[in-house]
Design a protein around this ligand. Structure first.
Ligand code: NAG
Ligand code: NAG
Ligand code: NAG
Ligand code: NAG
Ligand code: NAG
Ligand code: NAG
Length: 493
């Protein structure tokens, strides 16, 4: 399942990378459809819809938001008494359920909400989004990364994550758009409309209605975080919120900042960063590296010359079968289910995806989560995802200008959106440096590096791949805690 995220991200961000896909796609049958889709996309020139997607106004045209007031009784109905297999001593409240975002077609988005064990009435509200497009914030974010629990090898019981982000914020995990995880539409043709625009609009509608259900959070400081393709979702949703806040008739959402990790924000600079990273991390030969940087023009976004394509294929072959999300991590060779083995957050299990899928498909789990019976998968095939701008840097510029906090963090052993990619993308913004590069610390060790620009902060996380909180839970908690407090990560041990 993990590999699918890459496929989805390849699809949109860098068709130039397509050749890297072949081996990953073949190793996972769930990806076959998608692979065909990507391939067909690559062979055609960018469509009108895709070109339109680069136009900012296309995203932010005003729409009337559906609001269902007074949902407080639904809050009580959404409360989770206990999750099947959860460990003893759970000291925080959890909720889950659907929020209707379009009553006409019957579109409903699923959320899981974990409040803080302490200070939940004063801690900020944080929305977490995974990417894909098409991947679940419940399966990845909540159950494998930053949520309060992870799933044991039996696929039935849970263990506690001591570094969960609900220690410092009340965290909402949203599965979006409709068609992902438990989120659905009663009108199947809705799925054909899925793209960046509808995702941002529906997520906004979700938030406004969620705040009707949990009115005690209406004025709370609000933040959005996410990773990977959420490098699109998070800035687009943030900007949608800011524009809607200006309309006095709407609920004002107290948006204070965004944090995006290993985030897809700009196609061409990302591609350059990826291939440079492959070479500097001993995954590609000198010959291939030289060929790519001689013949490929990353600005062309997939419309490559024959020479370029040849070298891109070589680049893919030379890597071999590694986990491109964390180039030094073991891969899942045999997902053997096992009873009685309690997992540890210090030892991320590369087969986690299988345990999570088993858990979330158990009937008693689905009942407790207040969902209808669903064949849940971590990532869905969302066809026709044509509206995806090649860059969201203009949106990020707007957010910086608005004065909200903007952090980009980066696990430094990811091969999909490596730190080099984030740095090239940030450099394209030409922001003055305010606090130059320094090492930050957690638990007496360098947790990574910080560079604070005017209006934007880059934080790297040492030894983390694409899923930063899975690989480095303690460092990730220090990072998000600093972000929420509006301070840079500690410069001293
Ligand atoms: C892409 O567009 C160019 C020029 O607009 C055209 O020459 C070429 O045939 C097109 N390729 C495909 C596969 O449609
Ligand atoms: C693709 O490349 C060809 C040849 O260089 C060029 O004529 C064409 O305009 C390009 N198409 C797009 C959509 O960039
Ligand atoms: C809860 O808030 C109090 C007062 O601000 C603070 O001293 C304490 O450290 C907080 N506890 C946690 C776990 O954040
Ligand atoms: C894709 O979406 C567009 C509208 O955005 C629609 O006109 C088109 O029919 C859809 N195509 C498919 C294959 O679903
Ligand atoms: C785990 O235990 C259950 C009974 O509690 C049993 O049905 C199942 O086969 C066991 N699974 C494994 C992998 O041993
Ligand atoms: C889940 O998939 C199976 C096999 O395709 C199918 O028979 C069943 O109806 C599906 N269940 C739901 C709730 O969609």
């Amino acid at each position: 399942m993990k590999k699918i995220i890459a496929l989805f991200s390849w699809l949109l961000i860098s068709t130039c990378f397509l050749t890297l896909l072949t081996e990953f796609a073949e190793s996972n049958h769930q990806a076959d459809n998608l692979y065909r889709l990507i391939k067909s996309k690559r062979l055609k020139n960018r469509s009108q819809a895709e070109l339109k997607a680069d136009d900012e106004e296309y995203y932010y045209s005003a729409t009337k938001t559906y609001i269902n007031p007074q949902q407080y009784d639904l809050m009580l109905a959404n409360k989770i008494k206990w999750l099947p297999g959860q460990p003893d001593g759970v000291d925080f409240d959890q909720y889950a359920g659907y929020v209707t975002v379009d009553p006409k077609t019957g579109r409903s988005l699923f959320y899981y909400f974990a409040e803080s064990p302490q200070n939940s009435s004063t801690n900020p509200l944080l929305l977490w989004l995974n990417g894909g497009p098409g991947c679940s914030s419940l399966g990845y974010g909540a159950m494998s990364e930053l949520g309060p629990f992870r799933v044991n090898k039996d696929g039935k019981t849970l263990f506690r994550n001591n570094y969960a982000w609900n220690n410092v914020a009340n965290v909402v995990f949203l599965e979006s758009p409709a068609g992902v995880g438990f989120s659905y539409s009663s009108t199947k043709s809705d799925y054909e409309l899925n793209g960046d625009k509808l995702t941002a609009q529906d997520s906004y509608t979700f938030l406004v209605n969620w705040l009707e259900r949990f009115p005690q959070y209406k004025t709370r400081d609000f933040y959005i975080a996410g990773e990977s393709y959420a490098g699109h979702y998070v800035p687009q949703l943030a900007y949608t919120i800011l524009l809607n806040n200006k309309n006095t008739k709407n609920t004002v959402i107290n948006l204070k900042g965004i944090a995006i990790g290993n985030a897809l924000i700009d196609g061409p600079t990302r591609s350059m960063g990826v291939y440079e990273n492959l070479w500097t991390h001993a995954l590609n030969s000198d010959h291939t590296h030289k060929g790519i940087f001689t013949y490929c023009d990353f600005a062309r976004e997939g419309n490559d010359t024959k020479e370029c394509e040849t070298f891109l294929e070589k680049a893919s072959d030379e890597i071999g079968d590694i986990d491109i999300y964390n180039i030094y991590a073991p891969i899942c060779i045999n997902p053997a289910f096992q009873n009685g083995s309690i997992g540890s957050v210090y030892n991320y299990d590369p087969c986690t995806d299988y345990y999570v899928e088993a858990y979330l498909n158990a009937r008693e789990v689905q009942t407790v989560l207040h969902v209808k019976p669903t064949n849940w998968t971590a990532c869905s095939n969302l066809f026709n995802w044509t509206d995806s701008p090649s860059t969201v840097l203009p949106t990020i510029k707007n957010l910086i200008a608005s004065g909200i906090r903007v952090w980009i963090y980066s696990g430094d052993v990811d091969g999909i959106v490596p730190t080099t990619a984030s740095r090239y993308s940030i450099n394209a913004l030409n922001l003055p440096v305010e606090i130059p590069w320094y090492p930050w610390y957690t638990n007496d060790e360098v947790g990574g590096y910080v560079e604070a620009y005017q209006g934007l902060t880059l934080v790297t996380v040492r030894g983390a791949g694409h899923l930063v909180p899975s690989d480095q839970p303690e460092r990730a908690l220090t990072l998000i805690s600093s972000f929420l407090h509006g301070i840079l990560p500690p410069s001293k041990p």
